[in-house]
Design a protein around this ligand. Structure first.
Ligand SMILES: Nc1ncnc2c1ncn2[C@@H]1O[C@H](COP(=O)(O)OP(=O)(O)O)[C@@H](O)[C@H]1O
Ligand SMILES: [Mg+2]
Length: 408
């Protein structure tokens, strides 16, 4: 049992399991967020409002609380709060990332520089400020390239361009992208396109030691955009190239100076070996750590708390299962008319949730990003059975989208 300061509640559909897990363990959670988050009430001991963009206000809120009853740890699972969390950890004298490590994890330009300096395989990447600069950078790198915002998330505004006219056409998608809770840094990155299957490696760092908790096979779609369509979560070491992925991810952590806490590292296996995309200094999104717990029994939430407090905890899998998440996307822009799932009492072998309500307008990239209708999660003893269960789960849903009329 720990007394924990949590910065930011995040989005309920993706993050509820974390607060539920902490509550179930008996941890005492004090949550600070900019606005009230009623959904968190059953799980947190105290909820405070302070503007998370204002360090002075956060400082005023946390110091008296810590004086009254000291926290054992401070954490966040919200990408937007990674640097604030490092600041508060230092303020309270608790384990946390150094400000430099947190900054490197929040700026894709600084991250690529750190990888290059340490010899960690990644992508060549150039910061540009206008379409002509982008075209010049791409000419130097060679097509295809990826253009992306410098410090956002959720693949928002990330696009592949196969030639100069495509690059000029999509430049503004990256340059004009926005993401709630994060102020975009000026400039856009033009990067060498890493071709190959994508993975994420889920880890918890404890006293500088990177403990690998799971490997996730990603399905990405809606090219030339990179919407995350699905994840298959499995134990590390179940595929021949896993060790190469793990070695690269450990080197990436050293390059960035990540010494404590949960991380989510994204990379692609190219013909020349693994290449880093990025490391996020928090638990992965899309309920990936939850699916890993269903698959193998490894509880990354508990391991993260243990890394902060020094509790004993073991990241070894206790089952050899797999779990998968399928995101439900519309096939075209339109208004959601019907969302129907079979009665859960009918004995479904999956979990599911809708992310939108009937009547909502949905738009695919570049008009809208992360336009998910819902998701399903299933577990299975092996991958073949997992895909059969996910397919059956998706087939059991009834979804109707009324297409948006083409502009006249
Ligand atoms: N250089 C690259 N080569 C190939 N794909 C990339 C590259 N950079 C990004 N992507 C794709 O775009 C996705 C989102 O990019 P990422 O840098 O992870 O930004 P975000 O913060 O939005 O997650 C990645 O998961 C990957 O699929
Ligand atoms: Mg990413």
């Amino acid at each position: 049992m720990a007394r924990l300061l949590m910065l930011g509640a995040g989005i309920e559909i993706y993050r509820r399991y974390i607060l539920e897990t902490l509550h179930g363990r008996g941890d005492e959670v004090v949550l600070i967020d900019t606005v009230p988050r009623p959904w968190t009430e059953p799980f947190v001991r105290v909820s405070l409002q302070a503007d998370l963009r204002d360090r002075e206000e956060v400082r005023e809120a946390v110091l008296p609380l810590h004086r009254q009853s000291p926290f054992d740890g401070v954490l966040t699972y919200d990408e937007a709060q990674v640097e604030l969390t490092a600041y508060v950890a230092a303020l309270l004298g608790l384990p946390g990332l150094s400000p430099g490590a947190a900054a490197r994890c929040r700026d894709k330009r600084a991250m690529r520089d750190a990888f290059e300096a340490a010899g960690v395989p990644s992508a060549r990447s150039v910061l540009v400020h206008d379409p002509d600069g982008a075209a010049a950078a791409a000419a130097g790198l060679g097509y295809p390239v990826v253009v992306k915002p410098r410090n956002l998330g959720g693949s928002i505004g990330v696009v592949r361009a196969d030639d100069e006219s495509a690059l000029r056409a999509v430049f503004e998608v990256a340059a004009g992208a926005g993401f709630a809770r994060i102020d975009p840094e000026p400039g856009v990155l033009v990067e060498q396109y890493l071709d190959g299957p994508e993975f994420s490696v889920e880890s918890v760092v404890r006293d500088g030691e990177v403990r690998i908790c799971g490997i996730t096979d990603k399905e990405v779609g809606f090219a030339p955009y990179f919407e995350e369509l699905g994840h298959v979560c499995r134990a590390p070491g179940t595929r021949p190239h896993d060790q190469q992925l793990i070695d690269t991810v450990i080197a990436a952590h050293q390059a960035l100076g990540i010494t404590v806490g949960a991380t989510h590292s994204e990379l692609r296996m190219t013909a020349d070996g693994p290449r880093m995309i990025e490391v996020a200094a928090r638990l992965g999104g899309d309920q990936i750590p939850y699916a890993h717990r269903l698959a193998t029994g490894v509880d990354m939430v508990a391991l993260t708390v243990a890394a902060l407090t020094g509790e004993d905890a073991d990241p070894e899998p206790i089952r050899a299962g797999v779990a998968g998440i399928r995101m439900l996307y519309p096939q075209h822009d339109g208004v959601v008319r019907t969302l129907r799932a079979p009665d859960p009492a009918a004995g479904a072998r999956h979990e599911m949730a809708w992310h939108v309500e009937e009547g909502r307008e949905v738009r695919l990239p570049p008009r809208g990003f992360l336009s998910r209708l819902g998701h399903v999660i299933a577990t299975a003893p092996d991958e073949k059975e997992l895909h059969a269960r996910l397919d059956a789960a998706v087939a059991s849903l009834h979804i109707e989208i009324e297409p948006t009329p083409a502009p006249s």
